[in-house]
Ligand binder design. Sequence first.
Ligand code: ZN
Ligand code: FE
Length: 255
Amino acid sequence: MKVTAIRILKDNYVWALIDEEKKTALIIDPGEAQPVIDFLQQHHLHLLAILVTHHHWDHTNGIEAIKRQFPVPVYGPANENITGLTHPLSETESITIEGFPASIAILDIPGHTSGHIAYYLQGKLFCGDTLFAAGCGRLFEGTATEMKDSLQKIMSLPDETEIYCAHEYTVNNLRFAQLVEKDNAAITERIKQVNELRHQNKPSLPSTLKEEKETNPFLRCELATVKSSVEKHAGEKFDNSVEVFKALRKWKDSF
Ligand code: ZN
Ligand code: FE
């Protein structure tokens, strides 16, 4: 299976999961239709299904127009209202799509939205707007506790897991990460790598969970260095890592 990014809107990625032998594909989070349709036609791919992580328009707006051309099933979170959804999903389910070689596990990861799900297959995680490279999604519907639990759930996957998130936010996220942890050499190193990729106009993704654990401040709230940095910025002391996480998210919101 090959994974390719289709760029849409300002900085969204629609991920295409491609079986090159069979010339079939799944797509994830089509916030726009035409670039996806063009991609499928250019590469002579037969679309098998659309997968959606959450209800935001920049992940769903293309569904209807794509379905008019390719009448495929649409999988997405059971707990969100998404026009065109045919197969509501939650964590207890895993899906097999006829014609596609791998079965796909579902993770419930609320926080950015209340029903947000992720898709996990063959060591790859498609996590929408929950975990970003060096960052995490804003808390639009969920609580800090929910988001932190969701990130914790992701952290229990193997370190080599490839992280495919839905936005190219990495440069900005790393700038913030460095502000939080100015002595973290892994962040400095990652900034170099990501700048290189971006200068070549390549996606900074996927990352690995290991890289995220080393450089993503939102996965590092338990560390004394991160805690004290957040406390210093907020001007108050925190009792636990959820409070640190909450204040860190607030700090990033105004960054
Ligand atoms: Zn979103
Ligand atoms: Fe988004």
